[in-house]
Design a protein around this ligand. Structure first.
Ligand code: MF3
Ligand code: CO
Ligand code: CO
Length: 277
């Protein structure tokens, strides 16, 4: 028998635990996520002119922290499970959870910056790829296809569909290009909880997994590798890299299921959702 999925209708003023049930949020939740998501998108927009050869990832992390706090929010990653930075910055063969450092970006790098401002208790989790200087054609194609994977997945995000419909659309497009889809990390429910049920995997079969219902909030955040899907964790306990050292790309949006589709909370107000910017 398929595992049973539990749904629970929540309101913004209820204490929200991570109890395994899928939360169905109301209008106040949508409003909270709209504001947090917009801030996440505005932070990524503001980073565009700073992501250039020679900038250190610690400098970018400082900008993220300062902007989040200036807007009345808190970076949700700061102090999260011992993580001490305000965002994750993952270049080239780093799949995700790259730690900001004194190392500078260089011409030709592709870089993911993943921010999660928490604003009035709501989490705006979003990431985009940035191209540093002149980037080769193979890397640019990976970035383009990864963004297409995210958006093809989101086209499936509507009531009556299942999470597997989103996963399948992503996997199909990535594998058409002979890319590997990372299995070790996935999207997740979110709201007043940063990482909540359900798990949103990026490979799967149509019609499988939990049914999508209005009021569900979750991220879709495919990690796509030019080479094999396999990942390994570095000794710092955070940085995930491709085992074959092939390039990896990722984009992430936070969304809410509506009556007839989905609302993307983290769309760029400036139309800078994907490069070139
Ligand atoms: N923002 C990441 C996500 O997409 C989570 C980062 S947690 C951290 O879910 F601790 F690594 F920062
Ligand atoms: Co994220
Ligand atoms: Co996320």
């Amino acid at each position: 028998m398929a595992p049973m999925t539990e749904y629970v209708t929540v309101t913004a003023d209820m204490p929200q635990a991570r109890d395994g049930a899928i939360k169905l949020h109301g209008p106040a939740g949508f409003e909270g996520m709209r504001r947090a998501g917009r801030l996440g998108a505005e932070i990524l927009d503001a980073l565009v002119p700073h992501v250039v050869p020679g900038v250190t990832t610690a400098e970018l992390d400082d900008i993220v922290r300062q902007m989040t706090i200036a807007a009345g929010g808190v970076p949700a990653t700061l102090g999260y499970r011992g993580y001490t930075h305000s965002c994750c910055i993952s270049s080239n063969h780093v799949v995700c959870h790259g730690i900001p450092s004194e190392k500078a970006l260089k011409d030709g790098d592709i870089v993911n910056i993943d921010v999660t401002p928490m604003l009035d208790g709501w989490h705006g989790d979003t990431s985009r790829m940035f191209l540093v200087g002149d980037v080769g054609i193979k890397a640019r194609r990976l970035v383009d296809v990864t963004y297409e994977c995210l958006m093809l997945g989101l086209e499936q995000a509507k009531p009556g569909n299942h999470l597997g419909d989103i996963s399948h659309a992503i996997q199909r497009h990535a594998e058409k290009h002979r890319y590997g889809v990372v299995r070790d990390f996935c999207g997740h429910g979110l709201g007043q909880v940063f990482h909540d049920a359900p798990e949103v995997v990026h490979v799967g079969r149509p019609g499988t997994g939990p049914e999508l219902r209005p009021g569900m909030f979750f991220t879709v955040e495919p990690m796509i590798n030019i080479g094999r899907a396999d990942v390994k964790l570095l000794d710092d306990g955070w940085t995930a890299v491709t085992r074959d050292r092939s390039l990896s790309a990722q984009f992430e949006h936070s969304i809410g299921i509506t009556e007839d589709g989905c609302e993307i909370f983290t769309k760029s107000p400036k139309g800078l959702d994907h490069p070139p910017y």
